[in-house]
Design a protein around this ligand. Structure first.
Ligand SMILES: [Zn+2]
Length: 156
C-alpha cells in the first residue's frame, strides 16, 4: 500500500514513513499541484491519496481517503482501522521521514562517528541511514521514536 498525502497533512506523511509506508507528499509531486495532477500521479504510481479536501474526495472516491482534523496521530489511527495498517515501529522497515527513501543498516557504527552527537553514538549500537545520497539522514531508536510510539498508544 503506497500513499500520496495531500497538502496540510505533512506531519501525517512523516508518520506514515516512520511506520514503513511509502508516502509521497503533494508538494513533492509539484508545488501547489492541482487536484487533477495529483490524481493523475496517484493513478500512474498506484498510490492512495489521503486528503482533507472533501470536494476532492467526492470527485475521486475510489482513489482517495478522507480524513478530518489536524491531529496526525488520530488520522493515522483512523487509517489503521480503515486500511488495516500495521503500526509497529521497526527501524528495518522504516522509511526516511524527510525524503521517503529506504534506510540501510550501518554495519560499522564507527563510520558515522563524526556525523552524530557523541552521547547518541555511545548510547546506541544500531544505526540506520537514508540511502538517498542528497539526504543520508541517520536514524536510531532514540527518544524521538519512543515519543511517537507513546503518543500513538495514548490516542489508541
Ligand atoms: Zn532521507
Amino acid at each position: 500500500m503506497k500513499f500520496l498525502v495531500n497538502s496540510m497533512l505533512g506531519k501525517l506523511a512523516r508518520l506514515l514513513r516512520i511506520f514503513g509506508y511509502d508516502t509521497v507528499y503533494a508538494e513533492e509531486v509539484e508545488k501547489s499541484a492541482p487536484d487533477s495532477r495529483l490524481l493523475e500521479y496517484a493513478i500512474e504510481n498506484d498510490r492512495i491519496i489521503i486528503t482533507r479536501d472533501l470536494p476532492f474526495h467526492k470527485r475521486a472516491k475510489d482513489r482517495t481517503i478522507y480524513v478530518e482534523g489536524f491531529d496526525a496521530y488520530e488520522n493515522l489511527l483512523k487509517l489503521e482501522k480503515k486500511l488495516g495498517l500495521t503500526l509497529t515501529f521497526s527501524l528495518n522497515k522504516a522509511r526516511c521521514s524527510t525524503c521517503n527513501s529506504v534506510l540501510k543498516k550501518i554495519d560499522d557504527k564507527t563510520t558515522i562517528v563524526n556525523d552524530i552527537n557523541p552521547n547518541t553514538f555511545q548510547d546506541h549500537d544500531e544505526f540506520y541511514q537514508c540511502l538517498n545520497t542528497r539526504c543520508n539522514k541517520i536514524y536510531w531508536e532514540g527518544t524521538h521514536i519512543e515519543k511517537i510510539v507513546k503518543k500513538l498508544n495514548e490516542k489508541a
